[in-house]
Design a protein around this ligand. Structure first.
Ligand code: CA
Length: 255
């Protein structure tokens, strides 16, 4: 699952990122409200762990804006205040749960699990694009109704790309999130597996499968043609996001 941690306390943020990553989640960490909203606009998250006291837009403002934009992302609020009013206010504004600081990581982990489980129960397990269907529950993949056998890694790669339709996934991102390798590892494993996937997904009408998985020259791969334009727009206009994203990758590598 994809989690965004928004916490301006550096030690706590890093601790949460590392701990939730060890649980198998894909975790980004940002330290202020404005960057959190940029991240939430650029990528789809399953859960946001949101501190309330933040620089450059506090947690309440982030929560209000997030709920204005999207109903589906679960939000776990971290608060330093024990009064009931604040907790009620957060829940009324759309938070799914509140946790009082200081907290035990085990409790945070259990609450995250419960929120993600609840979310999964209501989520459609099938990801679709252009005749391709990937069922996260049964782990079956079809194109035009034809069942396609994939290895574990091929499945994970296709799932990652389908879950981010319209978004260019860079080789570094795929190395990090699908292979759990450093983004700058000198390997062509991503291109090799994209090639395997394309061969398996090929149809007589689309023998190279490029209608499904498109190459974004010099950047990576995308499912969903409109995404190339979107990714270029992000690169041009969201420079702060790019900087912060790179920084969060660096942190991950150091971690
Ligand atoms: Ca804080």
């Amino acid at each position: 699952m994809k989690i965004l941690v928004v916490e301006d306390d550096g030690a706590l943020g890093l601790f949460l990122q590392k701990g939730l990553k060890l649980e198998g989640h894909d975790v980004d960490w940002v330290e202020d409200g404005e960057t959190a909203l940029l991240q939430l606009e650029a990528r789809a998250f399953d859960l946001v762990v949101l501190d309330l006291g933040l620089p450059r837009k506090d947690g309440i403002e982030v929560l209000v804006e997030l709920r204005r934009r999207c109903e589906r992302t679960a939000v776990l609020v971290l608060t330093g205040r024990s009064d009931v009013e604040e907790k009620v206010k957060c829940l009324n504004l759309g938070a799914d749960d509140c946790l009082l600081k200081p907290f035990s990581f085990y409790e945070l982990r259990a609450r995250c699990k419960a929120l993600l489980r609840r979310r999964e129960q209501f989520a459609d397990p099938v990801l679709r694009h252009g005749g391709v269907e990937l069922n996260r529950m049964s782990r079956k993949v079809k194109r035009e109704g034809r069942l396609i056998e994939l290895t574990v890694k091929e499945f994970a790669l296709l799932e990652f790309l389908l879950a981010r339709q319209g978004q260019c996934c860079t080789r570094g991102e795929l190395l990090r999130d699908v292979w759990q390798m450093a983004p700058d590892a000198g390997t062509n494993v991503v291109d090799v597996y994209i090639n395997y996937l394309r061969k398996k997904l090929a149809t007589p009408e689309d023998p190279s499968s490029e209608a499904i998985i498109a190459t974004v020259r010099g950047a990576g791969y995308v499912i969903g043609g409109g995404g190339i334009k979107q990714s270029l727009r992000i690169v041009r206009s969201e420079v702060p996001f790019g900087q912060i994203h790179t920084r969060s990758i660096d942190r991950r590598v150091q971690a």
